[in-house]
Design a protein around this ligand. Structure first.
Ligand code: SF4
Length: 965
């Protein structure tokens, strides 16, 4: 901090103290009293802005909760008017260690969502055919009895695989995964394969942990492959730490084909040809290797180089020196000239950037998520080659380096830990993708079409596959076919394109209307955040108990956790199926578990230090969390891999030839908790406890070798030996694979003020951003005869969409881009969310589908006078409908980038038009499926999937065995 600023802060502090007030000391370190001191949260006074120029005091009670508008889980403070009892605004919670009082625009806009005049307030059941748009209000009791009855029948009849839960934004750490495990159902499905599967694969293969935790604030060099200052993981918490790092002198390198907000702040903005990112990383790595700038000791101690030599170079001496020679040879061909030819970025620029990286030493923080990893075939190598830079420099779990995420988050043990399901669900985990990171969710309609199975009860929760996934028309076909999907239950706080094709639409709470816990890797620390229903917390604080959260929420809006407990109870009312016990109170056996008991137990029993901290304030742990909303469990975690294994754990162990140490006997399967980077096993049920390094047995990494896996034995043994090292795979949109008139389309980037389809009900955000024009470089615009505002037809492999052009130098020539979130639609005027959804007509003739806009957004009368002031009508285009599925054969990631032809629109084209031939999408599915190497032909050990790889709701070891033919 500059001395000038220090002086200002001290003066402000002195003034505050002179008034007899406390200078706020919270984790924000905010200097000036930027936040209400927690001692005054019960009666916080502000002048009413609307009463100006009169000075009218407003008194508030401040109640913490957690934002639900993206995965970052920033803390919020709800300002509840003491007079009316209404939430008047939501701002940052300074007690939250991750977000430290800061939010992005979407946090405060939670208020719009609460007050949205179009929100769903009551349970609805469809009338007529699915998708008819006719609904009747039903009671929760009726809906729950119907759903529970169907699930109960399916479980009793051995049809466990016909129950599926498909989640977009979980917003919690494993509650629902445990509900499914309690039901004995392997039916967890997520959106991971359209989001982060490839990035996860890159990290998992190195560390056994599938996310990074970069320490941006203390870095010397920050290297980002994505737009982290507007939409990255974890957006606001990371963005503020990147800014902090910059203020401390860090250099910022941003690799992004498009000029993102991050790129505008960068010291080096590299805008490469999409898909060439790994080649850039490898050229930098090669420079570090050839100039011998890598951390020799770190590489010697922590890479699995002995395995590499044994498997790949058995003729070599098993010495580190021999490995160094081999390493040098492996990467010598990745010159700056090669990377320049692939990426289009000048070799001299790459050399300069490589020097900056090499100079970072152990203070190199790197991060990639979605973006290039999610766009390209082989995108997982973008993450693997980026982490190679950390692994070379020893910038792993160091100050200013990059940590495995599980070390920087905290997952408490809940009151009940259920069993492992006994049946493997091949609809989610097909044999073709044994190494897929999470479920092959976006292929579901194709699998149902092929007759691989059917669903009796299908939940979508805060998920909108018709809009979000590629190939949305195939989703509509599946969801409207009752022989494929027996009952579709949409759990959602707001209308979306998928809920129109549901049988039940059940209203779920927003950020201030539900419970959850969270912990994310925002810095080298472990914290736990608590989302809670604000009105309930206040009522209980006043000694007025609440039966369930519906009592205090608008209409009959509920929350998922109480819904799941009730449903679980109804599925097995007498306990005969062995399920009810997981929804039962421990305090009062025979009665249903309440959330007060659930969270009371959690905070009391499994969060170290919280009971003591709460007691110091005369509070029970649950009351402490209800009052402050977050707790830091530990800070400065450091390098866990270097910790010595205690002697007591080494009493009966065996060691393999590379020093991996296992329990001698098979260990019981670990509890079915959310993934925490638990130790790997050896495939025979023995648990890995550590790894020998220089004579000591250390914790190591949860990989098969216990080391960082430069060489992946898993890839080699499961049929992908050619990709066992960090390397470069040519993308499906590599220039050599494009026709002369084709260009890559980047469709994955977010806008800073929206999140997928969840923020359309926030009027402030809609006013800022409501459409998604096609980014086009002036050179391409000139070639195509286009100007900003012109209508453009973009032709994909299966159809086309029509959109307006935006000519900008903020994108690489020869590439076009179109953002996420927009092109929202509804089928009838009255339905849905009217601020950001156009009304459309769906047309179908055989396999040909079309979507035409009949009306854009328009002003309307409602309880909110602002809806009469809507001035925008164009809400963009739903481009994802025109994308076929592109499953990466290794990671399973949908590879989003498209090869497209761009031209002036035809005379009859209108903004938002869509045309698709679903037959072509089936052919694309088949072509990509043919690239896979299925487990029944490539498994080295008769299992479906390596047991050590992360997987939500792991089934029993027996279920991992391949079916006997
Ligand atoms: S980054 Fe923004 S949207 Fe995400 S949790 Fe934080 S405040 Fe909410």
């Amino acid at each position: 901090m500059s001395s000038k600023k220090n002086t200002r802060v001290s003066a402000a502090k002195a003034e505050t103290e002179a008034r007899g007030e406390t200078h706020y000391p919270g984790p924000s370190g905010g200097g000036l009293a930027a936040y209400p001191p927690k001692e005054r949260w019960d009666d916080w006074v502000e002048l009413d802005s609307k009463a100006w120029p009169e000075r009218v005091e407003k008194h508030y009670r401040l109640v913490p909760t957690t934002c639900f508008n993206c995965e970052s889980a920033c803390g919020l403070l709800a300002y509840v008017d003491r007079e009316t009892g209404e939430i008047r605004k939501l701002e940052g919670n300074p007690e939250h260690p991750g977000s430290r009082g800061r939010n992005c625009a979407k946090g405060p806009a939670t208020l719009n969502q609460i007050e949205d005049p179009d929100r769903i307030l009551y349970p609805l059941k469809r009338e007529g055919e699915r998708g008819s748009g006719r609904w009747q209000r039903v009671s929760w009791d009726e809906a729950l009895s119907d759903i529970a009855g169907r699930i109960s029948r399916a479980l009793r009849e051995g049809r466990q695989n016909e129950v599926m839960y498909h989640v977009g934004r979980p917003g919690e750490d494993g509650f629902t995964e445990r509900v499914l495990a309690a039901w004995g159902v392997d039916g967890h499905n997520s959106h991971t394969n359209i989001c982060s599967a490839a990035a996860r694969a890159g990290y998992e293969l190195w560390c056994g942990i599938d996310r990074p935790s970069p320490d941006h604030a203390r870095a010397k060099v920050i290297f980002l492959v994505s737009s982290h200052l507007e939409a990255g993981h974890y957006f606001n918490p990371h963005a503020q730490r990147i800014v902090e790092g910059r203020k401390n002198g860090a250099k910022l390198i941003v690799v992004d084909t498009r000029l993102s907000n991050s790129a505008t702040h960068a010291d080096y903005w590299l805008a490469p040809q999409p898909g060439s990112e790994a080649a850039i990383h490898l050229a930098i790595a090669n420079h570090v290797i050839q100039t011998r700038r890598y951390d020799r000791e770190f590489v010697r101690r922590w890479w699995n180089w002995q395995e590499y030599l044994a498997e790949v170079r058995p003729e070599a001496e098993p010495t580190f020196e021999a490995f160094e020679q081999a390493l040098s040879r492996e990467y010598a061909s990745y010159t700056f000239e090669l990377a320049a030819a692939e990426s289009g970025v000048a070799a001299e620029t790459l050399r300069e950037v490589a020097e900056v990286v090499a100079g970072a030493g152990t203070r190199l923080s790197t991060h990639t998520w979605r973006s290039a990893t999610a766009g390209n075939e082989g995108g997982w190598q973008v993450a693997r080659t980026l982490f190679l830079l950390n692994a070379l420099l020893g910038a792993v779990a160091t100050e200013g380096g990059t940590y495995p995420n599980a070390w920087n988050k905290f997952v408490p043990r809940p009151i009940h830990v259920p069993r492992h399901p006994e049946k493997w669900n091949e609809l989610n985990w097909p044999l073709e993708y044994p190494l897929g990171m999470y479920e092959m969710s976006f292929l579901l309609p194709h699998f149902l079409r092929e007759g691989r199975g059917r669903l009796d009860v299908y939940f979508t929760r805060v998920y909108n596959p018709v809009w979000t996934n590629p190939d949305g028309f195939r989703w509509i076909e599946a969801l409207t076919d009752e022989s494929k999907v027996g009952l579709h239950v949409a759990l959602t706080p707001t209308w979306n394109e998928t809920s129109f094709f549901a049988d039940y639409v059940l209203p779920m709470g927003l950020a201030s209307e539900r419970h959850d816990t969270h912990s994310y890797e925002t810095q080298d620390a472990q914290w736990l955040g608590f989302r809670q229903p604000v009105q309930r917390a206040l009522r209980e604080r006043d000694g007025r108990p609440v039966g369930d959260t519906r009592e205090v929420n608008p209409g009959e809006v509920w929350e998922e956790n109480e819904f799941w407990l009730d449903l679980t109870w109804r599925i097995d009312p007498d306990g005969e199926l062995g399920i009810r016990k997981f929804a039962e109170s421990k305090r009062r056996p025979g009665t249903k578990l309440t959330l007060d008991e659930y969270y009371g137990y959690l905070f009391e029993s499994s969060v170290p230090g919280l009971p003591e901290k709460a007691a110091a304030e005369g509070l029970a742990p649950l009351d402490y969390m209800r009052r402050y909303g977050a707790f830091e469990v530990a800070s400065d975690i450091g390098p866990l891999h270097e910790r010595e294994v205690p002697a007591a754990e080494l009493e009966d162990v065996v060691e393999d030839r590379f020093g991996r140490v296992y329990t001698r006997a098979a260990a019981p399967a670990p509890a079915n908790l959310a993934p925490t980077g638990a130790p790997a096993g050896d495939g025979e049920g023995r648990r890995a406890v550590g790894v020998r390094v220089d004579g000591k047995i250390l914790r190591g990494f949860p990989t098969p070798s216990g080391k960082l896996e430069f060489y992946s034995t898993t890839l080699a043994r499961w049929g992908w030996a050619e990709h066992a090292l960090p390397g470069y795979i040519e993308s499906h949109v590599h220039p050599s694979k494009l026709a002369p008139d084709q260009m890559p389309l980047i469709s994955t980037f977010r806008l800073p003020v929206h999140i997928h389809t969840r923020s359309a009900n926030a009027k402030w955000l809609d006013e800022i951003a409501h459409t998604n024009p096609l980014w086009l470089h002036p050179r391409d615009a000139g070639r195509l005869g286009l100007a900003t505002g012109d209508l453009v037809r973009v032709e994909t492999e299966i159809g086309h969409f029509v959109v307006r052009a935006w000519v900008t130098e903020g994108i690489r020539p020869g590439v076009v881009a179109c953002s996420h979130h927009m092109g929202r639609w509804k089928l009838a005027e009255g339905d849905g969310q009217r601020q950001l959804m156009a009304t459309v007509a769906l047309e179908r003739s055989g396999s040909k589908w079309g979507l035409r806009r009949t009306r854009g957004a328009a002003p309307y009368a409602s309880s909110d006078p602002d809806t009469a002031r809507i001035w925008w009508s164009d809400v963009g285009v739903h481009q994802n409908l025109t994308f076929p599925v592109h499953p990466d054969p290794i990671s399973g990631m949908h590879c989003w980038h498209q090869a497209v032809r761009v031209r002036k629109a035809d005379p009859g084209d209108r903004p938002g038009d869509i045309a698709v031939d679903a037959e072509k999408s089936t052919r694309a599915f088949e072509a990509w499926l043919a690239k896979s190497r299925p487990a029944d032909r490539h498994s080295p050990d008769g299992t479906r999937r390596p047991s050590w790889l992360i997987r939500p709701v792991k089934p029993t070891p027996a279920a991992y065995r391949l079916p006997v033919k």
